[in-house]
Design a binder for this molecule. Sequence first.
Ligand code: HSE
Length: 306
Amino acid sequence: METIKIFSPATVANVACGFDVLGFCLDNVGDEMIIKKTTEKGIKITKIEGYDLPYATSKNVAGVAALALIEHAKPNCGFEIEIYKNIKPGSGIGSSSASASGVVFGINELLEKPYNKTQLTKFAMKGEALASGNEHADNIAPGIFGGFTLVKSLEPLEILELPTPKNLYATIIHPQIEVKTSEARAILPNEIPLKSGITQWANVGSLVHALHTSNYELLGKSLTDVVIEPYRKQLIPYFDDVKKEAIANGALGCGISGSGPSIFILSNGSNAAQKIANAIDLVYSKTNINFNIHISKINTQGIKIL
Ligand code: HSE
């Protein structure tokens, strides 16, 4: 294979209670990339459509992730990358992560898969670090593995794949404002009260149990974040109103997607997801902030070859 075209999906990190460890993958929102083998060694970004991002390999998230892979693989060829971005940078649904994970997935396919998914996650994290200032895998892992993932540890990198209940849908509202991950991390406290820790890890445990048992009610009750949301919600206009309307219209639960500004809502079935979308559309329609709403099944496959 000389060329590959892939779809690299958007992802939701944290999933309320699981800051920096939990994430899930969306199905119909994402970037496309075309990657070509070249005789000239190295990584060259030849096209970027959708958003204004740097072409210089060392300044581009995809470029840095690709470099991390080829520095390890030392292939006898190079790669040209075309990026068709649909996920707005700073949206909270894993824009940088989609670029970083897409490129390493694509190059790995062109090299006849020398690396497993955990190794690919590690390379992609180098790209993610360029965007957010630190290496975290909670957006990358669900893109590469699909479904729900839990980052058990970073050193050594250990990713757990969690089951996805069949009827689970996500509704995402993306207010068109930018929240930089680095800034959304800077406002967080270095220490948390023990009481909050207890609530939070009880919720992570019960969320994992709910995924394993397809217990939608428990899943909803576990989507509570007493550690991060109180700080970050101030960066997201009308967050409480969206949450209130979503719950009133049958949502299982709601939280900030990654570092925001997107908000995710989980529901049992596509009809419920649509009803919630209509309700939160009304909330934001009354404001002067532009927004998009996506409804997506959970994508259990992750990155797809087109
Ligand atoms: N876990 C990360 C955060 C995800 O919330 O800062 C954003 O990239």
